[in-house]
Ligand binder design. Structure first.
Ligand code: NI
Length: 205
């Protein structure tokens, strides 16, 4: 292969507006609203009560930049998760395993105070504190989810392989993640989820 055969795309400048949870120069955005999060929290009554008074604003959103497809490309983005609780649990994202499970990811804390829950299919569980200036490398084969344990919006910068994809259902099939991050005084604690029944991969089609 010669240099002329290489598909070249221009560099992509991006500007992070951390407090606003914005990535200027991005070309993708999705939002999740409280009604989208049915089944995420264990306290169903508390969830239904919050739905009744929901203000309709997004609970979390992602703004991302993707320029190249395939295993060589990276998706770079901002994840912003509003503060809050549902029952005893802190606000969280749905979480996932990458559809190509060996794809890793880097998260860098920009604003607020959160944790990353990381779990393997064979039962290991870790919770990593993420604050501005702290980063966590999520290796391949770890299910991962962000939780906002602070009182402000929790914003992270992330970067992962463009071909990774997401399997969101793996957590649902397992009855939730193994670890719950719950309110304890001004802080949080990690406790086992009694509904968790172990992870299993989707049946191959
Ligand atoms: Ni991921």
């Amino acid at each position: 292969m010669t240099a002329r055969d290489v598909r070249q795309v221009p560099p992509v400048p991006l500007t992070v507006l951390a407090g606003d949870g914005r990535l200027v120069g991005s070309n993708g955005r999705y939002e999740r609203f409280l009604p989208d999060l049915e089944g995420l929290y264990r306290d169903v009554d508390a969830y239904i009560q919050q739905l009744a008074v929901d203000d309709g604003r997004p609970v979390y959103w992602v703004e991302s930049s993707q320029t190249e497809d395939g295993p060589g490309g990276l998706i770079t983005g901002i994840s912003a998760l509003e503060a809050g609780t549902v029952g005893r649990e802190y606000a969280m994202t749905r979480g996932h395993l990458h559809a190509i499970a060996d794809r890793s990811e880097l998260y860098v804390g920009l604003s607020g105070h959160g944790v990353m829950i990381l779990e393997t299919l064979d039962g290991r569980a870790e919770v990593v504190d993420v604050t501005p200036g702290k980063a966590v490398y999520v290796p391949g084969w770890w299910v991962h989810r962000s939780v906002n344990v602070g009182r402000e919006r929790f914003v992270t910068l992330f970067c992962y392989a463009a071909d990774a994809g997401q399997d969101y259902m793996i957590i649902e099939r397992a009855g939730g993640m193994r670890s719950l991050v719950t309110v304890e005084g001004e802080g949080y604690r990690v406790e086992p989820n009694p509904d968790h029944r172990g992870y299993r991969l989707a049946e191959r089609a």
